[in-house]
Design a protein around this ligand. Structure first.
Ligand SMILES: *Cc1c(COP(=O)(O)O)cnc(C)c1O
Length: 396
């Protein structure tokens, strides 16, 4: 029998089969013992892999109908891995409305390493076809198309089947950022996508308490390249965060159902609000993407955006919110609100923003799982608190 202090260091046996623990243990170990010098252990060093991370990688692969999954320390680390499968000279087409950090890693990092990029509106088949033809005509046929099925903050919806059809015709890989849709909404690998990535910081973990990313695929060669990026660049998910991600994922369907039903009620309420000129949410029947979204997605998600008319001071409206937290990020149990022109999309020049439809009065909401009446009451009081005095006087 070892002494107490020794037991503190070595703990109990971590033989999972003997403990019969309900949950996979959190293996806080950077290194693993060799039985003998000649016998290479299943686990040797935690950057290369550890059982806690593997548990969540297997869970995510299962959910996305992939043969293999990898868990990264952030969504951008996973996205970096997806782009790192290419080599200098390769051309990639991206959606024309992608996450700002992805836009930045493409133009400020991967272009320096010799990749070239062009953009296309992936909601428009003709525009997409044209982008592929243009790339071919310029002597650099696109090796891949990278896009988000639901865009941020305008919630445009791309038809994955159409994008896959066009891309395959041109022998290009299809890489999808499925963060906003989640595997609850759609599993793009089933529709022909080659790699799916996530910022698991959002819906997959669901509680705004970790940063995480995942990449999944069914292709052994792509898997090897993704694993190389994970293991050699080293942006691997820690065991603690792997466990939180695993636990968060357990309630994904419950959360998505509530996000979805709450967001639809909020969108309908906003649509009927006299100070709101436009609501972007594909769950609304009036939305131009409603048909495609209802055919293809099991959930419209919890993110929506809307335009306030000029009688309301959008900044003041946000500052008047009490239940909502004014913050970037999305996809967690609590409701968040933000002003894209000042916050998430502040780095884009104003003309660029306006070109993409991100006006100064556009507000983005990530609807949480609270009671929807409380969410709507908060929006109602905040909008009224932000009506400009001139508008109040005119109404008298
Ligand atoms: C947040 C986000 C990312 C980046 O993920 P991080 O976890 O913040 O690194 C990528 N894509 C989308 C769609 C996102 O919302």
């Amino acid at each position: 029998m070892t002494h107490f202090e020794t037991q503190l260091v070595h703990g109990a046996s971590i033989d999972d089969n003997s403990t019969r623990a309900v949950n996979p243990p959190i293996y806080n170990s950077s290194t693993y013992a060799f039985e003998t010098v000649k016998e290479y252990p299943r686990w040797d060093y935690a950057r290369s892999g550890n059982p806690t991370r593997e548990a969540v990688e297997k869970q995510v692969a299962l959910l996305e109908h992939a043969s293999v999954g990898f868990a990264f320390s952030s969504g951008l680390a996973a996205i970096h891995a997806a782009f790192s499968i290419f080599k200098p000279g390769d051309h990639i087409i991206t959606g024309d409305n992608i996450y700002g950090g992805t836009y930045s890693i493409i133009h400020e990092y991967f272009e320096r390493w010799g990749l070239t990029f062009s953009e296309a509106d992936t909601t428009n088949e003709e525009a997409l076809e044209k982008a592929f033809v243009e790339a071919e005509d310029s002597g650099h046929p696109a090796r891949a198309i990278y896009f988000e099925v639901l865009t941020n903050p305008l919630l445009k919806v791309s038809d994955v089947r159409t994008v896959v059809r066009v891309a395959k015709k041109h022998n290009a890989l299809v890489i999808i950022d499925n963060t906003f849709v989640t595997p609850y909404g759609q599993q793009p690998l089933d529709l022909g996508a080659d790699i799916v990535v996530h910022s698991a910081t959002k819906y997959l973990s669901g509680h705004s308490d970790i940063m995480a990313g995942v990449a999944v695929t069914n292709d052994a060669e792509l898997a090897q390249k993704l694993y190389f990026a994970l293991n050699r660049v080293g942006g691997a998910l820690s065991p603690q965060d792997a466990n939180l991600l695993r636990r968060g994922i357990q309630t994904l369907a419950l959360r998505m159902e509530r996000h979805d039903s709450n967001a639809l009620k909020v969108a309908q309420w906003l649509e009927n609000n006299q100070y709101v000129t436009h609501v972007n949410y594909p769950g609304l029947e009036s939305n131009q993407y409603h048909k495609i979204a209802s055919e293809q997605l099991r959930s419209y998600g919890g993110v929506l955006s809307f335009e306030l008319d000029e009688r309301v001071d959008a900044e003041k409206m946000l500052d008047s919110l009490k239940l909502f937290t004014v913050a970037v990020s999305l996809g967690a149990v609590e409701s968040l609100a933000e002003l894209p022109c000042r916050m998430t999309h502040f780095e884009l020049p104003r003309e660029e923003r306006l070109k993409h439809g991100i006006t100064d009065g556009l507000v983005r909401l990530s609807i949480g799982i609270e009671d929807v009446e409380d969410i709507i009451d908060d929006l109602d009081q905040a909008i009224h608190a932000a009506v400009r005095e001139t508008a109040v006087r005119e109404a008298l």
